[in-house]
Design a binder for this molecule. Structure first.
Ligand code: SF4
Length: 181
């Protein structure tokens, strides 16, 4: 813990420590793996004891948890949700389908590399990952936050042109409000 603190000011350390213990998630379930999320959040695995709980809207969420394969159509909604979230914000890609398209990898409209469209902080592999794996993934994210290394929201803004070019390449009917942060 001492090492984690050394590279940060006391204020940053306290801020990151607080953020790490208060993660409100926006679960974007597009596939069967989403069925593990209720089990993770309810009494059996009780993720709330680690400060992980659901959020009602993107504006209130810290973590976008994407479970399942993404089609070009759903990618558009994911981008919209991500852009509505306030900084600091994090993305977890959950399950083989989200990571590389899974069993739909060679479909004409499956997104294979999510990282090209929005920045991903943590990948949780498996088909489908069990609640223990989900919790381990969140703990990985918490460690990154505590070390002050989870600043992908800033990376997204700084490289928005690159992300937009990739997004426009696959989403042909792009009619969305400007990213308004
Ligand atoms: S990775 Fe497996 S469990 Fe998850 S959405 Fe794909 S097929 Fe379903």
């Amino acid at each position: 813990m001492e090492n984690k603190r050394n590279s940060q000011t006391i204020a940053e350390y306290i801020k990151n420590w607080s953020r790490k213990h208060s993660l409100f998630i926006m679960a974007y379930g597009t596939g069967c793996g989403a069925i593990e999320i209720p089990a993770t959040l309810t009494s059996r695995y009780d993720a709330e004891r680690l400060g992980i709980r659901g959020a009602a809207t993107p504006r209130q969420a810290d973590v976008l948890l994407i479970t399942g394969y993404l089609a070009t159509k759903t990618l558009k909604r994911v981008i919209r949700v991500y852009e509505q979230m306030q900084d600091p914000k994090y993305v977890i890609a959950f399950g083989s389908c989200t990571i590389n398209g899974g069993m739909y990898y060679d479909s004409y409209n499956t997104i294979n590399v999510l990282e090209k469209y929005i920045p991903v902080d943590v990948y949780i592999n498996g088909c489908m990952p069990r609640p223990e794996a989900v919790i381990a993934g969140f703990q990985q994210l918490q460690d990154k936050i505590a070390r002050g290394e989870a600043d992908n929201g800033t990376r997204y803004k700084e490289n928005l042109e690159w992300y937009r070019a990739n997004q426009h390449r696959v989403i042909k009917n792009w009619r969305m409000p400007d990213y308004n942060w």
